[in-house]
Design a protein around this ligand. Sequence first.
Ligand code: CAA
Length: 635
Amino acid sequence: MYFKTSEKHEALRAQIREFAEAEIKPFAFQWDTDNAFPREVIQKMAAKGWLGIPYPKEYGGAGLDIISYAIAVEELARCDGGCGVILSAHVSLGTWPIFAFGNDEQKKKYLPPLCRGEKLGAFGLTEPNAGSDAGGTETTAVLNGDHYILNGEKIFITNGGEADTYVVFAVTTPGIGTKGISAFILEKGMPGFEFGDHYNKLGIRSSATAQLLFNDVKVPKENLLGKEGQGFKIAMATLDGGRIGIAAQALGIAQGAFESAVEYAKDRIQFDKPIAFQQAISFKIADMATKIDSARLLVYRAADLKENHEPYGKESAMAKQYASDIALEVVNDALQIYGGNGYLKGMDVERFYRDAKITTIYEGTNEIQRVVIASHILGKPPKEAASPSAKAAAQNITGARKKMILKEGSAAERVAVLVENLKSDGYDFSVGIPIDTPITKAERVVSAGKGIGSKENMKLAEDLAKAAGAALGSSRPVAETLRYVPLNRYVGMSGQKFMGNLYIACGISGAIQHLKGIKDAATIVAINKNANAKIFKNCDYGIVGDVNEILPLLTQALGTDEKKPAGPMKKIKRITPKKERPSYGFYVCSGCGYEYNASLGDPAADIAPYTLFKDLPEDWVCPECAEAKANFIEA
Ligand code: CAA
């Protein structure tokens, strides 16, 4: 077989290349430096019809094929990796699931503005505990009349905040794994649907990446995409196509770095001739070109299979894995050819070097691509169910905590209950440490997160620190972005670790890196107005309330008198929560006293582990004495 792109493909490439050279290349360094999303350029691309390249004209698309789409992503990424992924996430992830799984009304409503580029699309699958294990989704959607109510969060979402239309995955039937996940179309602006900050990334900095936050978001029933329980398959099928886009992005980055290095190597004279003609460099160039061409063939093959409605899941995973692996090798070689000059900011190879890395991570790490490829070849490996305790442990980043969350009663009553509990745990608030004690040496810390609000409000945290006899700390953004406190006062895995007794988190939502930095605290107290904040799953005591109201009351309750200097720190024993009764309950046979253990199931009767008692077949009998299920008693 002789494979060659058509004249039309190459004409499109030339058109996009000309555009990217004029509209993207000169600005890419600045967008990278400023973490700036190139809105105007995206609008210009929309005007050219490129945001709907592979979709039919009846929906406002350009009616071109998937290879044309791959070429478009490749050519954008050849000048700027960020622009490549903006298009890829929009076309493959934000738009395709609606095109493939939407009903007529959904397609008519959502596709034309997406295909014409009047609206930008995004895809919300990844969560803190559901990355590679996408089936571990924890965002919930509960049907309530005509609406689903969504609660939870998504992280690392490409086009997050900039996009208008989001395909989001949430659990509609808990406890049944991937078959309980459903897909929804969400619109920016729905009440309770908010965004976290634009992440500060290593590369692809012109693309926006943000958290999606759902707090009781009311999503109309009509926005369920496909059927209830089909969400995981929709996500997987979408990613099969999305991986062609990421493969094309990696290919474009490699191509850009390669061309730049070749040009440099031809100009740079050492030992009286261009380094391009020194064998060490010419061999590198030959290897780079071969790798890029091989990747291109894999990418276009996957695109062509998709275009022709043939199976392409294995091929798109191969293309993504190979193109991104060789992109890392090519950008590394390109920078090596540039030598010291390539190590400088402003050189495109320096940016390509950083941009390439993400392509081996997102839309399925390259380890997951190998899982996918291998499963196409070998079939499914036997599954071991993750135990509920392992899943719960993943939530509890700070370990087992008491989790007494105070939501009811007046603010003063909630504060009084907290203070009473802290005192009975052994905290003496007549003594204290200086507010500027280093975090690593402090016995107590009061920390402020972004929820503290304006800089003047830091006074509330400082007053509370003095009243609690504590040092003052903060979350990372408060020190790094807002600069309310010096950098050496932020607490977290990447900052200072707190290993003392009492940690009071004020307006801190609970990023994983922050929680890991306080996991050794004896007692964690959280004050936050968002009842869904992750910190509440990781604290001993929590008050759901506004810091403006709670902090002054707590300061008052702890006493504003001068504190006596505290003696050397004595570590307080961590409060260990009482073992909770398993949610699946205990059922005991009235005949012989056998206790059904849901975590074990009943293998002899083919009952899988984690089968709830209520889900046992009605003809199931006691394995010890053959007593009927109906004669079991809930203990
Ligand atoms: N298409 C359709 N259905 C599929 C499928 C596919 N490609 N892959 C799996 N399924 C179906 C299976 O057939 C199975 O259905 P049945 O139970 O009816 O047989 C069901 O889904 C569950 O499949 P598995 O048991 O194989 O699922 P798993 O939990 O073992 O996971 C996995 C498999 C491949 C590891 C998957 O979890 C995965 O792809 N993980 C990576 C997730 C990922 O790529 N995330 C990227 C997020 S998006 C992003 O990164 C965007 C960006 O920033 C640009």
